[in-house]
Design a protein around this ligand. Structure first.
Ligand SMILES: Nc1ncnc2c1ncn2[C@@H]1O[C@H](COP(=O)(O)OP(=O)(O)OP(=O)(O)O)[C@@H](O)[C@H]1O
Length: 553
């Protein structure tokens, strides 16, 4: 009875902590926008069949760069009235806007700048079912098509090469989506560049091959049913298009990275809130997603406040994204909203935060310093890509040229960068000072200077974070111990086979056989016992962790 009471109390505490984490996760995803948003647009999807069949009202009225949400409210005497909320953004795309137009508004302008040593990132944010996947999925292929056109025409014979990689972060670990979901390892080289050891990069020169690779990666990506949403992804997926160039412009020399375009599909925010599920694995995934998104928020806050310590090491997600956040980088954010009255609250939340992001992006000079963003994307790209590109028909002679490469280390093409500074970098001494300031910040962030103490407001998350870190470490230790035990068992089995062969030989000594068999069985039992103890300890640790509470095991 007492234990039931204790469990009930602990459950209340757990629910409270999870509630905080859930709200924080949503906040964090929004805060993600605060760092680097150079272009912020909202996309409204049409009413779906279900909403139409329920005669749900479309409450969003759009104009070119503004929209009005009509919220139905009730007075105290229960009479109905409509409150109007107006928002203005860089662009507002209504339900009639096609994916092609979304691409033209968001990604097309940043394609040329990745040839100028820039890292560009595209995120989509929004409530479940608001159209994030619908919006994001076609973008990498369209971008690849334009990159190839630029390579084959504008930058013909200049040694540029395009590489595709696709990986996911699942349960705090990295897996190669183009390499049979092989587990990957992340390391930092002498220049504090993060490298993903063993990640397959495919050199590509035709659209069909890229399409196949993207489809292969999407099919490999972990998806599954969650308590909150059946279709939600359970991992962060990162598709990167990397432009490289050999130092002498020829294809025979090793190529160095010039620029990168990343498409980041974050795990559904509801994953962190998926606390109703009894499945241990699902809870652990949710916990890890929370951890990575919390770490992301901490990095964003540090960058936003111009702090010396940027805690990129807080999670795999932030470590991987580090080079997309610092230096010469650009970020495009698409906020997706559902038009139906039933989603009004979520829609207003999305728009209010996006509105805050917009004002911070335009008014926060510190942020502009950190990200070297002096103008919006449209201004930095003087000509629309479509006006400088030849038509698609000129690419009929594209040849298949694709093979995997393994990246252990990425070299940036500094020589090329010096020659061809991006437009907004030229004639700007202030900008280069800002760059070195950022480098200094990165050095400090990498442990060469005293790290700042965590903010008090961060403390409430740090224990949770530590627990999860040690749990993930223990999980890894358990798996390694299991692996060792299997290897030892195989050695023992080999020895047993030999013993059996010897036992069948004429003149075998029974005493010797009995002694050796005894030793072998003891070794086997000791190995099993050791592993059982470790497993029991891990199970106790799982139970101790609120988010991993499970009945009976
Ligand atoms: N602009 C649009 N035009 C037509 N249909 C759309 C549009 N946006 C979304 N949809 C449809 O709405 C449904 C939900 O969209 P989608 O799966 O992209 O949502 P989501 O935000 O990615 O959801 P989740 O977070 O659960 O993954 C899909 O069936 C999709 O085809």
């Amino acid at each position: 009875m007492q234990s039931l009471h204790q469990e009930a109390n602990s459950f209340t505490t757990i629910s409270f902590i999870l509630w905080i984490i859930k709200s924080e996760t949503v906040m964090m995803l929004f805060t993600l926008l605060l760092i680097t948003v150079d272009w912020l647009q909202v996309r409204k999807r049409p009413l779906n069949k279900k909403e139409l069949s329920k005669n749900e009202e479309d409450i969003i009225e759009t104009q070119s760069n503004s929209l009005v949400v009509h919220e139905t409210k009730f007075k105290v005497d229960l009479t109905e009235y409509v409150e109007k909320h107006e928002f203005v953004f860089d662009a507002v795309l209504n339900e009639e806007v096609s994916n092609d137009e979304v691409y033209c508004e968001t990604v097309e302008p940043i394609v040329p700048i990745i040839f100028q040593r820039t890292k560009a990132t595209c995120f989509a944010y929004g409530q479940t079912g608001s159209g994030k996947t619908f919006t994001m999925k076609p973008l990498p292929l369209k971008a690849s098509r334009d990159i190839l056109r630029l390579m084959h025409h504008t930058y013909r014979n200049q040694g540029f090469q395009l590489f595709v990689s696709f990986f996911e972060i699942y349960g705090g670990k990295l897996y190669d989506l183009l390499g049979d979901r092989k587990k990957l390892c992340m390391r930092e080289d002498g220049k504090q560049q993060v490298c993903i050891v063993g990640l397959q990069e495919y050199k590509v020169s035709d659209v069909e091959t890229i399409k196949d690779l993207i489809e292969k990666g999407n099919a490999t990506r972990s998806t599954g049913t969650t308590g909150a949403n059946e279709e939600s992804s359970r991992s962060h997926a990162i598709l990167q298009l990397t432009i490289k160039r050999s130092t002498d412009g020829s294809e025979s020399k090793p190529a160095r990275v010039v620029g990168k375009l990343s498409f980041i599909d974050l795990a559904g925010s509801e994953r962190g809130a998926d606390t109703t599920d009894n499945d241990k694995q699902t809870r652990m995934e949710g916990a890890e997603i929370n951890k990575s998104l919390l770490a992301l928020k901490e990095c964003i806050r540090a960058l936003d406040n111009d702090q010396g310590h940027i805690p990129f090491r807080g999670s795999k997600l932030t470590e991987v994204l580090r080079d997309s956040f610092v230096g010469n980088s650009r970020t495009v954010m698409i906020s997706c909203v559902s038009p139906n009255a039933g989603s009004c609250e979520h829609t207003l939340n999305t728009l209010r935060y996006a509105d805050r992001v917009k004002s911070l992006s335009k008014g926060n000079n510190n942020k502009k310093d950190v990200f070297s963003s002096t103008s919006n994307l449209k201004e930095s790209t003087t000509q629309p890509l479509s006006s400088i590109l030849p038509s698609a028909s000129t690419f009929e002679d594209d040849t298949v040229d694709s093979w995997p490469e393994q990246t252990d280390r990425e070299e940036y093409d500094e020589e090329f960068y010096d020659q061809d500074k991006p437009v907004w970098k030229q004639n700007s001494k202030v900008e280069s000072y800002r760059f070195s300031n950022m480098d200094d910040k990165m050095r400090r962030a990498n442990g060469q200077s005293k790290w700042k103490e965590p903010l008090k407001s961060d403390m409430k998350y740090s224990n949770y974070d530590d627990d999860l870190n040690s749990l993930l470490k223990e999980e890894e230790d358990l798996v390694n111990a299991h692996r060792r035990q299997v290897e030892e068992t195989m050695d023992i089995v080999r020895e047993e086979m030999n013993l059996l062969v010897e036992a069948d030989q004429p003149g075998n000594q029974l005493d010797d056989y009995v002694t050796r068999l005894n030793t072998i069985l003891s070794q086997k039992a000791a190995g099993i016992l050791q592993l059982q103890n470790r497993l029991a300890h891990f199970q106790r640790r799982l139970k101790e962790q609120n988010v991993l509470v499970s009945s009976g095991n």
